[in-house]
Design a protein around this ligand. Structure first.
Ligand SMILES: C[C@H](O)CC(=O)C(=O)O
Ligand SMILES: [Mn+2]
Length: 351
């Protein structure tokens, strides 16, 4: 039996990221009206899970991560009552977001949460995962920058999250660095150690143009939840483009329960017009994938490039070499400034 035939009838849960990861691409400047128009169209198209928060999740509003137009509560209160079938989810990075903020999101109607840690730091999440389960939320352990841990190491981190109560463990390709073989190896390693009832998810970034191929590779090895964004609206070159993924799944006989034509129209008529820049694979976003850099660093690196006169590509290559991870945004300015000094573009007094 060919692999395509073997996937026929498989059910996959699509989780939309346009209104959370997409916030990075919008510099957190999304209005509640824009959120509601995208979310209601997603709901109408049958997308079962929609993530709504600041790009950095609960607690994301800060100097380091930027201030959104509205609080997370305001976004949730605008979107949740309009949903007919979709559940609304949030992102929580322990240390940035707190349990109090999770409680507040729950009170605003959020019913699912990605609890996110760096791929070697699952042990920062037990309290947050346990609290999410206590609230009765659909709870995911979300292992970011997953290319920086090998399959066996990532599986151990996933096992820890499962032991804290996570019902799904995500391989999060934050840098859009992975190739299908990397994804397959990590899904297989997780599947080997997790309980059969624990689901595996994949969150891709399209920096190397691999969002669809990597998501299908994950499904082939048993992942049942896939994150994606309409028209790819997300950090870097964006997330796996949701409407494209749904079209490919439909051709392969994978059941997403989503209405493809409604999603195509949403992408074309609503999401693309609200983009501030074309979210696509370009020189800088391709460098993120090539060098293994956190996708959220893209706009920070471009700003540092404008400020210090060092090309964004050079800054990103250096950040990849230093293996900088989420939360180290201040190091982007530091790195750009150091490079500018080394290149004689800056004197000490100007810095
Ligand atoms: C806070 C990040 O944007 C989380 C995420 O979507 C990723 O690591 O990718
Ligand atoms: Mn992401």
């Amino acid at each position: 039996m060919s692999e395509i035939q073997s996937l026929k009838g498989r059910k996959v849960i699509i989780h939309d990221m346009s209104l959370r990861d997409g916030m990075h691409a919008k510099r957190e400047q999304m209005t509640t009206e824009q959120m509601v128009s995208v979310a209601t169209a997603l709901d109408d198209a049958g997308v079962p899970l929609i993530q709504v928060t600041h790009g950095g999740g609960l607690g994301g509003n800060s100097l380091q991560h930027g201030f959104a137009l509205h609080s997370n509560e305001e976004y949730l209160q605008a979107v949740v009552p309009k949903m007919k079938q979709a559940k609304v989810s949030v992102l929580l990075i322990p240390g940035l977001g707190t349990m109090k903020e999770l409680q507040s999101a729950f009170e605003c109607g959020a019913r699912s949460v990605h609890v996110a840690t760096h791929c070697t730091e699952a042990d920062t999440s037990p309290q947050h995962i346990a609290f999410a389960r206590k609230l009765g939320m659909d709870t995911t352990g979300f292992l970011m920058m997953a290319h920086l841990n090998d399959p066996a190491g990532l599986a151990q981190q996933g096992k820890l999250m499962e032991s804290y109560g996570a019902q799904t463990v995500y391989i999060t390709d934050s840098a859009g660095y992975m190739l299908p073989a990397d994804v397959k190896a990590r899904v297989l390693a997780l599947r080997a150690v997790l309980k059969p009832e624990t689901e595996i998810g994949f969150h891709g970034h399209h920096n190397m143009g691999m969002g669809i191929a990597n998501s299908i590779a994950a499904i082939e090895e048993g992942a049942s939840r896939i994150d994606a964004s309409v028209a790819g609206l997300g950090a870097g070159a964006g997330n796996t483009p949701l409407e494209v993924l749904v079209a490919v799944c439909e051709r392969m006989g994978i059941d997403t329960g989503c209405d493809l034509f409604k999603l195509m129209d949403l992408a074309e008529d609503i999401v693309v017009p609200l983009m501030e820049h074309m979210v696509r694979v370009d020189r800088a976003s391709l460098t993120l994938g090539y060098a293994g850099v956190y996708s959220t660093f893209l706009l920070h690196a471009k700003r540092a490039s404008d400020r210090f006169g060092v090309p964004a590509r050079d800054i990103l290559i250096e950040l990849g070499r230093k293996k900088m991870i989420g939360g180290q945004e201040d190091m982007i300015v530091d790195t750009a400034m150091t490079m500018a000094k080394e290149r004689g573009l800056l004197t000490d007094t100007v810095a």
